[in-house]
Each structure stands twice: as structure tokens, then as C-alpha cells.
Design a protein around this ligand. Structure first.
Ligand SMILES: [Zn+2]
Ligand SMILES: [Zn+2]
Length: 164
């Protein structure tokens, strides 16, 4: 999506907003496609005292397997990003500065990389997910299995979960 911002760049106090949906259904992470539905995007560009800031709000459903118990989890996510726009990058490029040649910024690539960088590396169905029994494979969130457990086992499990 091209966001045309000539009026914003040229007029202090000017503001422009765009709402659209961004499809990320072709993004594959660990062999899985976590973006089943399009990302809702609201992008606002504001000129404050001659500086143009781009504020991005995203909402999306993220579908992924829990790293510990492997249950499929659907979670509503919402991220906000902001960048400063410049018509040309002078000298050293800065990650927070985005070039908008011809007063235009291409949003899709920017937002896609913003989201991918922000996603949690470790993903759990819940903070205290108990994971699977290493013996029988039962999901311990559904209740204890009948495997014999010794104190040593559970200490090892805690250690293993910490190392996960
Ligand atoms: Zn889990
Ligand atoms: Zn078991």
C-alpha cells in the first residue's frame, strides 16, 4: 500500500490517516502459517513542527502451536509502531528513520518487518503451561497422567522447562 504524503510533508500541523488490511497469509514461520486472517492496519502520518512521524496500529489473529504442549493457540495481538519519515536519508541510515522518496512511503514491507521483529520468540498457550509428560506424552494441562513420578523427575522437569 502506497501512502502518499506530499500535503503532510509540506504543511505543518497536517495529518493523514489510512485504514486497510494487509494479508500475511504467505508468511511461514517454523513450517507454519500463523496469519490466517489479514492484519488490520491504521497508519497515521503527522507533521509536527516540520517533522513527519508515522504511527502504525496493527491488530491481528496469530495462530501458532504452544512451544511446550504443542496445542494450537489463536491469540489476538495488537502492536503499535512509530517511525520518523524523511524525504531522503542523509548520511548514516537509522532504523527509526524511514525514507519517503517523492513524499510516498510503501507501508506493506515496513509493517511486515515491524510485526515479524516484534513477535514473541517463545510462544506459550499460557504462562504456566505444564507441557507434555515425557513418558506418555499426555498434555499435563488436561490433568495429571498415571505415570509414576518421583521428586527427582519433577525437579528435572522444572529445570527442563526453564531451559526450554
Ligand atoms: Zn501449552
Ligand atoms: Zn505420563
Amino acid at each position: 500500500m502506497l501512502f502518499e504524503l506530499k500535503q503532510v510533508f509540506l504543511n505543518e500541523g497536517e495529518e493523514k490517516r489510512i485504514d486497510y488490511t494487509l494479508s500475511l497469509n504467505n508468511i511461514e514461520l517454523d513450517g507454519f502459517y500463523p496469519f490466517k486472517t489479514p492484519v488490520k492496519v491504521t497508519a497515521t502520518a503527522k507533521n509536527r513542527a516540520g517533522l513527519v512521524d508515522l504511527l502504525i496500529h496493527t491488530e491481528f489473529t496469530y495462530t501458532r502451536h504452544c512451544d511446550r504442549c504443542f496445542e494450537l493457540v489463536q491469540r489476538q495481538m495488537s502492536y503499535d509502531f512509530s517511525h520518523r519519515l524523511v524525504t531522503s536519508l542523509a548520511g548514516d541510515s537509522d532504523d527509526d528513520y524511514i525514507e519517503a522518496p517523492d513524499f510516498t512511503v510503501e507501508l506493506d514491507e515496513l509493517i511486515t518487518s515491524d510485526i515479524l521483529l516484534e513477535l514473541p520468540i517463545k510462544f506459550l498457550c499460557r504462562d504456566d503451561c505444564k507441557g507434555l509428560c515425557p513418558k506418555c506424552g499426555k498434555n499435563r494441562n488436561d490433568g495429571e497422567c498415571s505415570c509414576e513420578k518421583t521428586a527427582v523427575d519433577s525437579r528435572l522437569d522444572i529445570l527442563k522447562q526453564l531451559l526450554d
